[in-house]
Design a protein around this ligand. Structure first.
Ligand code: IPE
Ligand code: IPE
Ligand code: MG
Length: 243
């Protein structure tokens, strides 16, 4: 809601170009209410749409949400099934973003997902590819280490086929073969729920990101909390190794 915005258009605030959000704390949110964990995931999924719209309104150009990691398959099957079902449902609703001029992209290993889901992902990406007010990136079956392996494997194939010499392998080339391709590096990573770790989220792209942690659980994370993170970011002194 506009009234709750802490950031005003004429404020002299440095807006991060790319924000990553580790949507954590759904399970604890449900547990606190005596509900099964899947209810927490449902609330969390609702929240990501609110925060996407809000991020666009403050001028963020790229926002990536970590929705399911390559390690999350370790969870009980009924929880994983519930999360996958939510993806199916929310992918239909993500289509609304197309009318809001938002491009939608997915990162992660799609081959591990159900075919119906893969098809929906491909069609949302295709239908939104010409929109440019903001890019919404959803990380599903995503792992940073996995992503780097995937890039290295592609490059190794090019070397094997004689298209490339080992000396041609540069930082740029590795980057171009990541799932994120032309998506810029992360400026700010927000992690709710009190945990202070990356949990394999965009380890390459976060090399010089600023981190913002809060104890608020993801389903309770509001637009004002997003603004607080952006304000904190704007007060940081980014040196990138310089002085
Ligand atoms: C994040 O919430 C959602 C996913 C990892 C899919 P969690 O389910 O990890 O919630 P907590 O950390 O158990 O509270
Ligand atoms: C990170 O949360 C993954 C997502 C939010 C999708 P986890 O809850 O899986 O992370 P850990 O296990 O606490 O590190
Ligand atoms: Mg968690």
């Amino acid at each position: 809601m506009a009234d709750n915005n802490l950031i005003r258009p004429d404020d002299n605030i440095q807006i991060p170009v790319h924000v990553g959000v580790i949507m954590d704390g759904n399970g604890r949110w449900a547990k606190k209410r005596g509900l099964p964990r899947k209810f927490g995931h449902r609330e969390g999924a609702k929240n990501f749409r609110t925060i996407t719209r809000h991020a666009k309104s403050v001028g963020v150009k790229y926002i990536t949400f970590y929705a399911f990691s390559t390690e999350n398959w370790k969870r009980p099957k009924d929880e994983v099934d519930a999360i996958m079902e939510l993806f199916e449902k929310y992918l239909d609703e993500v289509r609304d973003f197309i009318d809001e001029n938002i491009r939608v992209r997915f990162i992660g290993d799609r081959s591990g997902l159900k075919e119906t889901l893969q098809r929906k992902m491909a069609s949302v990406e295709e239908d939104s590819k010409d929109f440019d007010s903001m890019t919404l990136v959803l990380a599903i079956n995503y792992g940073g280490r996995d992503e780097i392996c995937h890039s290295v494997r592609k490059i190794a194939r090019m070397v094997k086929d004689g298209e490339l010499q080992p000396e041609d392998i540069t930082r740029d080339l590795i980057e171009k073969n990541l799932y994120t391709e032309e998506i810029p590096p992360l400026d700010l990573v927000i992690r709710p729920s009190g945990e202070q770790r990356l949990s394999n989220f965009m380890i390459w792209q976060a090399a010089y990101a600023e981190f913002y942690y809060t104890n608020i659980l993801w389903p309770d994370f509001r637009s004002e909390d997003f603004d607080r993170a952006v304000i904190a970011y704007s007060e940081r002194n980014r040196r990138f190794g310089g002085i």
